[in-house]
Design a protein. Structure first.
Length: 81
């Protein structure tokens, strides 16, 4: 809730290229306090699957599966290379 947190941060540049199978990537998560974490966590892995899943009745969601361990609070974040 402190606006100073955002001061000086540079946004990520998005590319048109999707990750490819076997690309090394990092996934960013933010475990909540009940899960034991209070800071951003980075999990590295290799892309093992890329797929489109139904998200709602009229949209689809791009899903990137990596071979890294999934722990409470570190899943569902952005995947970057």
């Amino acid at each position: 809730e402190d606006d100073a947190f955002w001061h000086g941060l540079v946004p990520l540049t998005l590319e048109a290229r999707l990750p490819r199978l076997q690309d090394e990537v990092a996934v960013v998560g933010f475990p909540d306090a009940p899960s034991g974490g209070e800071a951003v966590c980075i999990t590295q892995g290799v892309v093992s699957r890329i797929d489109l899943h139904s998200y709602s009745w009229d949209s689809r969601l791009l899903v990137v599966q990596i071979d890294a361990a999934i722990n409470p609070g570190n899943s569902g974040g952005p995947c970057v290379d």
